[in-house]
Structure formats: structure tokens, C-alpha cells
Design a protein around this ligand. Structure first.
Ligand code: ADP
Ligand code: MG
Length: 386
């Protein structure tokens, strides 16, 4: 299939998606509201995206028959998470348009490749060492400690990571991770964390969203505040870095770049995700074009939508923990009416069948005429949720 075809795929056509999680669910809804039909390939029989898709192909991501079915049905296919085997995207490219390309996903799903790619763009990352065997620790600069040992692949929400104070702890953590390839990254004093969603179309056109300021708890995103409370100069720097990355990668689709702001106000790239991102959920209610609609537009070769923020917003993640308030063992549904008393709070639940601690169940976008107003309301709502 000629991957440089930029002719528009009209509404009514089928679009395909690898992965059945909440990001896929919101992609389905956005594409469907523009008149597309969506087919989801996911191994689970019950998934957030599978349950809203027009068709769910239940199979492994590398199942040749399932990939052929998806590729023949759909005019174009995208992915909702970076841990889908790049080979699946490669195979699909024989049948239909695929974005992002397997090559891009391969880089973003591997911390070693990702960091060296970002550096090759002239953008700084946290100091790190690549660890492939225990002997690699011998060459590690002692200045890297205290550090975080991160598995190079398959980590998310702080999983696959260990905080280590010295080389002895690092060696033990490497052993307990089964000696999978890792990066050992210097633990930096973070002043702030922020992220930028950027989108690039098949014809090379690019747009960038407002910068989000992110607050993590136990390695999981808890809250995003938009606009970020950072200088105009830093905003411009982050946006420019994100644009440079997608351009150098010849990336097609929606991509998120996470940044650390250090004590001296310098900026380093933490990681990137080749898909919409949790920190971009505010775009559903606060931007002209949501990140999911943008993903559908790019996939279908439609013109890019405006990324203009029309209202400040605070996004609160809803984790499964709020079903287990006060040490109860039985999951209890939160009182949604209580959280929605404020009429500028927008509830998004992902339809997950079971609430579990640390599991992302949904989010609430809290809008306001100013960021402070949205934040004050968000704090009340967070308190009501518990
Ligand atoms: P994940 O893939 O799980 O999102 P990240 O590498 O983004 O993993 O790490 C999750 C969070 O852990 C970050 O958002 C940040 O709060 C913290 N963290 C990660 N790396 C560092 C570091 N080098 N120094 C300080 N904090 C870090
Ligand atoms: Mg992260």
C-alpha cells in the first residue's frame, strides 16, 4: 500500500484501531461522531474500546488472519498504545494506510532508542546509562545516583521502574527485573512536569496544543492544569522541541512529549507516546479539536483541526481507589451526583467492568473562566471523590 496517499477517506468508511483501552474508546467515539465506522483489534473479550466499536476483532495483535481482516476492511489503521508489536503495524501497511508508522512506534516504545533519538534532535534528556548486562554497571558514573532504573520496554504508570540509591541497589533491582534491557536514569529535582501534544498530518502539516502542567502521584498522572503556569519562553521552547521531534521522525499522527522542568528552569524530555495521552484529555472539553478527533482527522487525511484552548481546565484522573474508600473491600460506586454539582465539571468514564486500585477508570474535566477558578472547583470535587 502506498503510504504517501493523501486523498481524503470519506465519512462512512472504516477506520481501524489496535488496542482496546480508554484511549481507543475515545478515538472510536470521535471517529464515529464524524460518521466513520471503527473496527478494533484487541485480545480481550471485554474492553473499553471494543464495547463501543462498530466491530471488535478479538485476536492477538500478531494474528495474521485477524490483521488481514482488519487491513482489508479498513481504509486506514492507527494504534492506541505504544506496546503493540511494531510488526503488527508493518503487516497492516501491506493492506491499508497505517499511522503512526511501525518505525516511529518502535522508537517510542523503547527507552534506549527514544533517548538517543531525542538527543539526535539536539534536545536534552536526563543523564542516563544503558544497562544490558550486570557488567554495564562497572562503567556507570557514580554521579548518576540516586537514580531510577527503568525497563527499556513495556513500562507504564511507573511500572517497570525502581528507585535506587547506589550501584548495589541498582544491581539488585536489575536482577529482580529479570535482567531485561534498562536505562539507569539520574533522579532529577523536578520543579514541574509538563507535556505537549503535537499532531502531524500525512502532508507534513503540523499543529501543537497548549502546554499542560502535570502532577503525578506514585508515578501515575493525577492532575493536569491548562494553561501551564510557566513562562512564555518555556512554553515556546517545549512546543518547539515537540515540533522538532515529530518533524525529524517524519511522524504521522498525534504524539505526546513529556518534559521535566528542573530547578534552574532548564527543560529536558522525559519520554514520548506515539498516540493521544492522558495529559491531553482536557482537549475533549477545553479545546476546539480534541486529541482524538485530531487522530481521526489525520488518519482519514482530513484537514487538521484548530488546537485553540477555549477555556482554562483542570483534568482530574479517577482511579479505582475511589471505589474503595475507608478500607472497604467491596467496590462501591462513587457518588457521581456529588462530583457533578458544579455545572462546568465534565465526567468521562471508560466503562471498565472492574474497579481496581491504581487503575484508570475515568477522568473529570473541570472548566472555569480562569485556571484558578477551575482549580478551586477541582479541589472541591477531588475532596468529594475522596
Ligand atoms: P511512565 O512510562 O510510567 O510514565 P516515566 O518515566 O514517565 O514512566 O516516569 C513516571 C514519573 O516518575 C514521571 O512523570 C516523574 O514524576 C517520575 N520520574 C521519572 N523519571 C524521573 C527522574 N529521572 N527524576 C525524577 N523523577 C522522575
Ligand atoms: Mg510518563
Amino acid at each position: 500500500m502506498n503510504q504517501s496517499n493523501t486523498s481524503m477517506i470519506p465519512p462512512g468508511a472504516w477506520l481501524g484501531l489496535l488496542g482496546g483501552g480508554q484511549l481507543g474508546r475515545m478515538f472510536c467515539m470521535a471517529a464515529q461522531s464524524m460518521g466513520y465506522k471503527v473496527a478494533v483489534l484487541d485480545p480481550a473479550n471485554d474492553s473499553p474500546a471494543g464495547s463501543v466499536a462498530d466491530r471488535h476483532i478479538q485476536a492477538d495483535y500478531l494474528d495474521a488472519e485477524a490483521l488481514a481482516t482488519l487491513g482489508q476492511l479498513c481504509a486506514a489503521v492507527t494504534t492506541e498504545f505504544e506496546n503493540v508489536p511494531a510488526q503488527a503495524l508493518q503487516t497492516l501497511a501491506d493492506y491499508c494506510l497505517v499511522s503512526p508508522a511501525a518505525e516511529s512506534v518502535k522508537v517510542a516504545q523503547d527507552r534506549v532508542l527514544e533517548k538517543s533519538f531525542v538527543q539526535s534532535c539536539g534536545i536534552p534528556v536526563a543523564p542516563y546509562a544503558v544497562i544490558q548486562t550486570p557488567a554495564d554497571f562497572d562503567a556507570v558514573d557514580p554521579n548518576l545516583f540516586p537514580a531510577i532504573l527503568k525497563a527499556s520496554r513495556l513500562g507504564y504508570d511507573g511500572k517497570g521502574q525502581a528507585r535506587v540509591l547506589d550501584v548495589t541497589e541498582a544491581k539488585a533491582a536489575f536482577a529482580s527485573m529479570g535482567q531485561v534491557p534498562c536505562v539507569l536514569e539520574k533522579r532529577l529535582p523536578l520543579k514541574q512536569e509538563m507535556s505537549v501534544i503535537v499532531a502531524r498530518a500525512r502532508n507534513g502539516e503540523m499543529v501543537v496544543y497548549p502546554v499542560a502542567e502535570n502532577i503525578h502521584r506514585h508515578g501515575i498522572l493525577a492532575t493536569s492544569l491548562i494553561p501551564a503556569a510557566v513562562s512564555d519562553e518555556m512554553t515556546a521552547q517545549a512546543k518547539q522541541a515537540a515540533l522538532t521531534i515529530v518533524k525529524h521522525m517524519n511522524y504521522i499522527g498525534v504524539l505526546c512529549v513529556e518534559f521535566f522542568v528542573l530547578a534552574d528552569n532548564s527543560l529536558v524530555v522525559n519520554e514520548m507516546a506515539p498516540r493521544p495521552h492522558n495529559s491531553g484529555h482536557y482537549t475533549l472539553d477545553a479545546a476546539v479539536t480534541s486529541q482524538f478527533e485530531q487522530q481521526a482527522r489525520i488518519l482519514a487525511n482530513l484537514p487538521l483541526g484548530s488546537t485553540r484552548l477555549h477555556t482554562p481546565a483542570v483534568m482530574l484522573n479517577i482511579l479505582g481507589d475511589v471505589w474503595f474508600k475507608g478500607e472497604v473491600t467491596q467496590a462501591t460506586e462513587p457518588d457521581w451526583a456529588q462530583t457533578l454539582k458544579y455545572n462546568q465539571a465534565k465526567l468521562h468514564l471508560y466503562g471498565k467492568s472492574e474497579a481496581r486500585r491504581a487503575r484508570k477508570m475515568g477522568h473529570i474535566n473541570v472548566l472555569g473562566s480562569t485556571r484558578d477558578e477551575a482549580l478551586a472547583r477541582a479541589l472541591e470535587i477531588a475532596q468529594a471523590l475522596g
